[in-house]
Design a protein around this ligand. Sequence first.
Ligand code: HEM
Length: 122
Amino acid sequence: MDLLTGSTHLHITTWVLAIILFLVAALASKKLTGVQMALRVVYILMIITGGALFMEYRDIVTEGGMYYDMKVLFGVLVIGFMEMILARKNKGKSLNIFWILFGVVLLVTLYLGLSGGIGMNF
Ligand code: HEM
């Protein structure tokens, strides 16, 4: 599992890719089915790489209590909001509140990830 947990670069690659694909699909004027399918594949890679980090470090990072579980929860919430935005966009429904929630959840996830004590730390 060293490939998955030796550094956080693989996980970072997956969520950067996901955000790019998501923005391309969400901001396009028509439905980009191929991009949305690629995005779903990237979700799986993101969950695998994040899940590997979780299993590897959850016992080491003890200060902060439930912090580690929150990181996973918020990571999954980001995926949820991406899917909700794309589904509502394709149906022509309003998105404003979903964009706001997506932004908030994304920022919380970035904060929790970066304050985790492994990988990059600010
Ligand atoms: C768009 C969604 C996501 C974003 C923006 C995100 C962001 C991040 C960031 C910035 C880090 C820190 C990397 C480093 O310090 O080098 C990180 C680490 C991590 N991520 Fe994610 N992530 C996302 C999704 C997920 C998911 C779905 C999971 C779980 C299945 C997950 C689990 C983890 C774990 C366990 C860590 C290690 C935390 C640490 O100690 O730093 N992430 N993530």
